[in-house]
Design a protein around this ligand. Structure first.
Ligand SMILES: [Zn+2]
Length: 235
């Protein structure tokens, strides 16, 4: 019994070490990456609207129309699987002068995905965007769920991805009305704000982006455009 418990303690120690290496260290690294990113955008004079989880055949074209009408540039973090399904929308985003970045292929949660699958997913998303005409230069990357595992961290470092986080999250995917989105965003729209919005939904069933376009239209109508300038995140 004593021996069995000792063996279990050793096995538990190994499991703990693996956990620290695969999730704990990347979580610490993320704090530094996020701080560095936010320091960089805080020095900027613009506001950055970002849209994740698209492209979606209904919401994305509508959001593009609204952005075009308001002459606002934004950034789209595309799921590779959705981009493969809607290549024309991806090309439209690029042609309109918005920035694009990677958001994984299948929107896998980094904490529950092993290294080989993570790498395959990230590579596939990267290849899809290249094939669909992503402009050259340093590629933007927003990790699904804002989380990293060790493989994501190694991928970011090896491929020199510019990791993009956010500092305004109105949880548009969880809202049934545009009102709460606008209330959450308006007071925080200051230079250096990076707003997390969603033009699509991941296949894993997270919330839809049905109120986002409506909220965006109302928001852009309300904002004092002489005071705030919107821009896509540059690479
Ligand atoms: Zn996402």
């Amino acid at each position: 019994m004593e021996l069995a418990l000792t063996a279990l303690a050793i096995a538990s120690g190994l499991a703990f070490a693996c956990f620290l290496a695969y999730i704990g260290l990347p979580a610490l690294a993320k704090i530094r990456l996020r701080r560095r990113f936010l320091d960089r955008v805080r020095r900027r004079a613009e506001v950055f609207l970002t849209f994740d989880d698209g492209p979606d055949e209904v919401h994305t074209p509508r959001i593009l129309d609204i952005l075009d009408a308001a002459r606002v540039k934004a950034t789209f973090f595309l799921c590779g699987a959705h981009a493969e399904r809607h290549p024309d929308i991806v090309r439209r985003i690029i042609a309109a002068g918005h920035s694009i970045g990677e958001h994984g292929h299948a929107h896998l949660h980094p904490w529950t995905t092993g290294p080989r699958r993570t790498l395959r997913d990230l590579r596939r998303a990267a290849e899809t965007l290249t094939r669909l005409g992503a402009p050259p230069g340093r590629r933007l990357f927003r990790p699904p769920y804002g989380k990293l595992n060790l493989m994501t961290l190694l991928f970011i470092a090896a491929t020199r991805r510019a990791v993009v986080f956010w500092n305004v999250d109105p949880r548009d995917y969880a809202q049934a009305e545009p009102g709460p989105v606008i209330e959450a965003v308006m007071p925080k729209l200051v230079p250096g704000a990076v707003v997390l919005l969603h033009d699509g939904r991941p296949d894993d069933g997270a919330g839809a982006a049905s109120v986002t376009a409506e909220a965006l239209e109302m928001l852009l109508a309300r904002v004092d455009r002489t005071r705030l300038r919107f821009a896509g995140i540059d690479n």
